[in-house]
Design a protein around this ligand. Sequence first.
Ligand code: 13P
Length: 253
Amino acid sequence: MTLPLVIGNWKMNMLASEACDMARSLVDRLSATEGAEVVVAPPFTSLYPVSQIVKGSRLGLAGQNFCSEKKGAYTGEVSIEMLKDVGCGYALIGHSERRQLFGETDEEVNKKVHLAMQMGITAVVCVGETQDQRKAGETLNVIETQLSGCLAGLSSESIAHLAIAYEPVWAIGTGSNATPDQAVEIHKFIRKFLFGSQGFSEEIGARILYGGSVTPENCKELLGEEEIDGALVGGASLNFESFCAIIKSSLES
Ligand code: 13P
């Protein structure tokens, strides 16, 4: 049985001292809890200090983004090797905020996925439709286009280092989460894509997470679904007790 994966995406929140306090509290709490793979994705400036706190603990570290080039004259960018160097075992790739606000394309996401795999870093690839796309009945097409573009050229073995996060754009930061039925429909579709049309090995597996207004109140029924292997949590991961409640639910489900 694969452990549930719960990732806290702190986005552009928390100063380094706050991120360190939160990481310390999580490390303490996790040492007293069984199971669940728990990861936090602080802003770049907090990665190094937080890495010193999570070292040797059960709390994993993720970058929220990185450059699609390996190294060189790319002012303002951070490379995958730099993420690895500060102890990241995971990286979020293609979050809808990166796509919508910073113009990230499926091609760039694909380059990043390959770089992460080469580094042995687990790539958490985000996909999801907008409200308009859902209303127009285009959800499955959108997800399929994103998946085929983002995962092009991956080998079956590499998916051991892959997680897909289904994050409907209309559910992110809006307080209105997808219903378990809505999420399950898309998770099944993603699974079919990975292990059916793409021919990836189901035995190696790749976890499929749900993200979008996950809270302590709704996580039980979402994470209770067999199709949902974990959660990518934004707002609720900024509050220690809320995030811990979500981690606890993931274990009970
Ligand atoms: P919220 O949980 O705040 O809706 O954010 C979801 C998200 O974007 C996680 O990556």
